[in-house]
Ligand binder design. Structure first.
Ligand code: A1D88
Length: 255
């Protein structure tokens, strides 16, 4: 277990580094995992360490909440310069652009910046307590840390507009129906077990191919199909591709 803060301080992000995956847990349950500057710094540290490392990142929250948003106590005192700096946005974009699959296990509330961090993941798994919402306009600000574009990519324009413009909070079943989560499990333990099972599957796939897929998946529409062809041209020459296809044809591969 690697802590993102000095030993004597309570870590706001618990980071467990396993052989082929990392589990990062937001850890301010008494503040419903509200994302403060320390958490943002810890997310940057995490991304730094992950750039070249594991096959999968699993992101979750402690204490029955994913994250109740950016820390309002800190947001209240921020001005125009800090808004333009995009303190949360830059950290969440970095999570979005990580080279490995990112799975968010969203138990309880994912609101405001908490939702936006979950939107930065590739895959979201919910529980029966999951609740997604973007209540920022109720605080006199916009959902500037990703929701105005990313939410629409996930749920489509109609639901995104309703969530952003009315602040409506979706319960677990509504979140599943909107495809904000692709699975709903009974509780966090079950959802984590599912995330680990996905990480097991990912660990068996071609590492280079997974990273290439993620790059192509994140690329703008205008980059396609050229980016697919270029990524494929590298993979077609790889030893891993030759070995995996040979294993299939020689019946050495698991079927
Ligand atoms: C660009 C991005 C912007 C944003 O993200 S803006 C923030 C958007 N988020 C919200 O507006 C949600 C705020 N939180 C809530 O509405 C509620 O919490 C919940 C519904 C999530 C949970 O309610 P319950 O279980 O009754 O807990 P509790 O008593 O409200 O909170 C426990 C402690 O956590 C603090 N807290 C909760 N959310 C935040 C937050 N987002 N920023 C700062 N503190 C927060 C509270 O104040 C309190 O603290 P204390 O015990 O000291 O009174």
């Amino acid at each position: 277990m690697h802590d993102a803060t000095p030993a004597e301080a309570k870590p706001v992000l618990l980071v467990e580094e396993l052989e082929d995956r990392v589990v990062a847990t937001l850890n301010r349950p008494e503040k419903r995992n509200a994302i403060d500057q320390q958490t943002i710094d810890a997310l940057h540290d995490l991304c730094e360490r992950l750039e070249s490392n594991p096959r999968t990142l699993i992101l979750t929250g402690a204490g029955g909440t994913f994250a109740a948003g950016a820390d309002i106590a800190q947001l209240r005192d921020r001005g125009a310069a800090e808004a333009l700096e995009g303190i949360n946005t830059r950290a969440f974009m970095r999570v979005r652009e990580l080279p490995m699959p990112v799975i968010a296990v969203v138990d309880g509330y994912a609101l405001g910046g908490g939702a936006e961090l979950a939107y930065a993941a590739d895959i979201r798994i919910g529980t029966t307590t999951t609740k997604f919402g973007n209540p920022e306009t109720g605080l006199g600000i916009i959902a500037a840390a990703g929701a105005t574009w990313r939410l629409r990519e996930i749920v489509g324009e109609a639901i995104a507009a309703e969530m952003l413009l009315t602040g409506r909070i979706l319960n677990a079943h509504q979140s599943f129906a909107a495809r904000l989560v692709t699975h709903l499990d009974d509780d966090r333990d079950e959802a984590m077990a599912r995330a680990h099972k996905m990480a097991d599957s990912i660990a068996k796939l071609g590492a280079q191919a997974t990273q290439a897929t993620k790059r192509a998946h994140l690329a703008p529409r205008s980059a396609h199909p050229q980016i697919d062809l270029e990524e494929q041209s590298v993979l077609f020459e790889s030893d891993d591709k030759r070995e995996r296809m040979g294993a299939f044809l020689d019946r050495r591969a698991e079927r």
